[in-house]
Write a protein that binds this ligand. Structure first.
Ligand SMILES: Cc1ncc(COP(=O)(O)O)c(C=O)c1O
Length: 326
């Protein structure tokens, strides 16, 4: 039995469609209590603020967010007894608003994008002495959460296989920075691939643009993103990401949001580039386990079979009203 819902953070690593001679596996983050990867940084940032004496009973958490961090913080605030105000661009899906309200958070909607939400949140924090902003774009606890949890879970879940590439969408950069830092300690030759909107390719071109992704591609390079870790950047058009969401749902029974669709498209491309179809790679996890048990994997070149790990940040349920699955 868990003491609190917050002790239930953690997700499965699931093998998904892969080219011949390679495996792509995804952390399906919708399994977290608040339904996204953002439960991890939300909890870690609250714990860090509590430990630093910055957040005390009766305080109010104020945060500008495109949605998932808000839901994660609303979950943590409810479980830990804090008030919570989320400032969000009105362009984000209504499911997000309703979820935050369901957890008891107050909502401030702003016109414009994340910059406007950040300005409004700063004003709210200045005006209320009990208000604390956790600052997901600068807060090191955001990336640390992925270093300590997402990456550790992956290390356990690959069951001894070497990870050849990590592919992840970038918003604050917390997921890719934290997860890559830890995995590189175990697999120093691993390639780190960032994913961003084709319509807003700040990392690949330095130029921002307009995109309709929710959560990925903030339009600037976040302070938290350690660009030195990145070997490559893949851009994915929203239409391709959404088509992949529909395919994942219909062919694999995995219901995920837009940035997961983009991560899946990019992971397949990376896997195609490093695939080794000539190796007799075991097919599914069961086959892998058997091979490892019988010949230690050496005979079939088990250790050379390429593995790409990616992160599916949230559930497709969060996008139903956008028509994504129609
Ligand atoms: C749906 C979705 N995808 C991707 C991301 C990017 O994750 P990170 O902020 O860790 O870079 C976020 C972040 O909010 C998100 O909500």
């Amino acid at each position: 039995m868990k003491e609190s819902i917050l002790d239930a953070v953690g997700t499965p690593l699931v093998s998904v469609r892969s080219p011949e001679g390679a495996t792509v596996a995804a952390k399906v983050e919708a399994f977290n209590p608040g339904g996204s990867a953002k439960d991890r940084p939300a909890l870690a940032m609250v714990e860090a603020a509590e430990e630093a004496g910055e957040l005390e009973p009766g305080d109010r958490i104020v945060e500008p967010t495109s949605g998932n961090t808000g839901i994660g913080l609303a979950v943590v605030a409810a479980a830990r007894g804090y008030d919570c105000t989320i400032v969000m661009p009105e362009s984000k899906s209504p499911e997000r608003r309703r979820l935050m309200a369901a957890y008891g958070a107050d909502l401030e909607l702003v016109s414009g994008e994340m910059e406007s939400a950040r300005e409004r949140a700063d004003r709210l924090t200045e005006a209320d002495e009990d208000a604390v902003q956790l600052g997901q774009f600068e807060n090191p606890a955001n990336a640390e959460a992925h270093y300590r949890t997402t990456a550790e879970e992956i290390l356990d879940q690959v069951e001894g296989r070497e990870v050849d590439a990590l592919v992840a969408g970038v918003g604050t950069g917390g997921t890719i920075t934290g997860t890559a830092s830890r995995l590189l300690e175990a697999f120093p030759d691993m390639t780190v691939v960032a994913v961003e909107p084709e319509e807003n390719p700040v990392l690949s071109t330095g130029e921002s643009g307009d995109d309709d992704y929710q959560g990925m591609g903030p339009g600037f390079v976040s302070d938290l993103l350690d660009t030195d870790l990145l070997d490559e950047v893949e851009t994915v058009a929203l239409a391709d990401a959404e088509a992949e969401c529909r395919r994942l749902a219909r062919e694999e029974g995995i219901l995920v949001g837009q940035s997961a669709g983009a991560a899946s498209v990019a992971s397949y491309r990376v896997a195609e580039r490093i695939a080794a179809p000539d190796l007799d790679c075991p097919e599914g996890p069961e086959d892998w386990r058997e091979t490892a048990a019988t010949d230690g994997g050496a005979e079939r070149g088990r250790d050379d079979c390429p593995l790409v790990v990616t992160v599916f940040p949230d559930s497709g349920e969060r996008y139903l009203s956008t028509g994504l699955f129609e």
